[in-house]
Design a protein around this ligand. Structure first.
Ligand code: PMP
Length: 403
């Protein structure tokens, strides 16, 4: 039977991820250097693995509470109170707080639930261009519209760029810092101005901070709430009273190398969190039970040596490529969004794709900019790969850029 007439227009309008296409093309190339992958290349720290295995052996395999196991929620509540100063319902003695917190099925789970809880057909969510590949579909899944805010050429999402795009149908703005695909870290001032704008317009500021731990020294400029000496990635959540406007979304996958475990969390206005928990009951049901026990260990780990290693690789990428093209310095995550040099003469609307094809001849995989953007003038490279691999890949990219 031809099913075309049965498939929903929603599903038909969604393209398979461009990153998967790169993956499939790459699988056929022997001895390739893969700079396309967006996941950490270090092994999962032993205490996390051991705790998850113990939890499975101890029989913690059934349904937990939809909102997550109480001991992880309480631990996160303490961590959030220390970091951003929020007193969530999960913090002992604050059950009547107006700020909620729950465990989601990956960061993706939080993003999807936020869209479904907030957006009606015809509503709008403003997302950065370039974007993380799910963001445009946060509109589609809810029969709403994602409005793309161009952040070229510096990839900074500013209140000035957002404000003209706000309409009576806007319900939410998505900020992602450090960002995928550019690694750009917002300044405190940018965070504050976005928060003020969203508060004034009475809309939600969703802050996707999945890469927050992977912020490099020079870009850690905002003190954590509890310890002025502990500098963190700037966040709109840290300004007084932000918890009535900011939906804070963070994940475990990237920070601890457990992307396959599907674990994240969301905190923010209690009314919104309760709606999201209600939807989670039916959609994701819960985040994986024994793995929630595993990541309890994560919050006690010091990941700074891993971050320092990525910072070293970041500097290598910038040093090697910036003599040949524009590379806005990544302040975090493990990506750079690099301009395809004009001198190659590729047409602007497909420069990323042409560059990608040329790199394949050199057996190097990158991702064309069109995967993340309305434009195709750039490409994303991931430096979540051992340094020898990265060196080889950069040599090839420079060769192509100079060709
Ligand atoms: N947000 C951003 C910015 C991401 O880059 C990713 C994953 N690449 C996600 C969310 C989704 O992460 P998770 O695997 O936790 O669902």
């Amino acid at each position: 039977m031809d099913l075309t007439h049965l498939i929903s227009s929603r599903s038909s309008s969604i393209n398979g991820s461009g990153i998967r296409r790169v993956f499939e093309i790459g699988a056929k190339i022997p001895d390739r250097v893969d700079l396309s992958i967006g996941q950490p290349d270090f092994p999962v720290p032993e205490p996390i693995r051991a705790a998850a295995i113990r939890a499975i052996d101890a029989g913690r395999n059934g349904y937990p509470l939809t909102r997550g196991i109480p001991e992880l929620r309480e631990k996160l509540a303490h961590a959030l109170a220390a970091d951003v100063g929020w007193k969530t319902t999960e913090l002992p003695g604050h059950a009547d707080s107006n700020t909620g917190l729950f465990i989601t099925s990956g960061t993706t789970g939080a993003l999807m639930l936020a869209s479904l809880a907030l957006l009606d057909p015809g509503d709008e969510v403003i997302i950065p261009d370039p974007w993380f590949v799910l963001y445009p579909y946060m509109g589609t899944f809810a029969n709403a519209t994602a409005i793309k805010c161009s952040t070229y050429p510096d990839f900074r999402l500013t209140a000035e760029r957002i404000e003209p795009l706000i309409t009576p149908r806007t319900k939410m703005v998505v900020l992602n810092s450090p960002s995928n695909p550019a690694g750009v870290v917002s300044t405190e001032q940018e965070c504050k101005e976005l928060l003020d704008l969203c508060r004034r317009k009475k809309i939600i500021l969703l802050s996707d901070e999945i890469y927050d731990e992977f912020t490099y020294a020079d870009f850690r400029t905002q003190p954590s709430t509890s310890d002025p000496k502990k500098l963190r990635c700037p966040s709109p959540a840290r300004f007084p009273g932000a918890e009535d406007t900011v939906l804070l979304v963070r994940g475990f996958g990237k920070t601890y190398g457990v992307t396959g475990w599907r674990l994240g969390y969301a905190a923010g206005p209690r009314k919104l969190i309760e709606e999201m928990v209600k939807l989670q009951q039916y959609l994701y049901v819960n985040a994986p039970h024994p793995l929630q026990v595993g990541v309890m260990e994560a919050l006690d780990l010091d990941m700074s040596s891993y971050v320092a290693e990525y910072e070293r690789r970041r500097s290598l990428v910038v040093d090697r490529l910036s003599p040949h093209t524009e590379v806005p310095t990544p302040g975090g995550a493990f990506y750079a969004f690099v301009k395809v040099p004009d001198r190659l003469g590729y047409p602007q609307h497909e420069a990323g794709e042409k560059f990608f094809q040329r790199c394949i001849q050199e057996r190097v995989l990158i991702v064309p900019g069109r995967t993340f953007s309305q434009r195709d003038t750039h490409f994303r490279l991931s430096y979540a790969t051992p340094i020898a691999n990265l060196e080889r890949g950069l040599d090839a990219l420079v060769r192509v850029m100079k060709s």
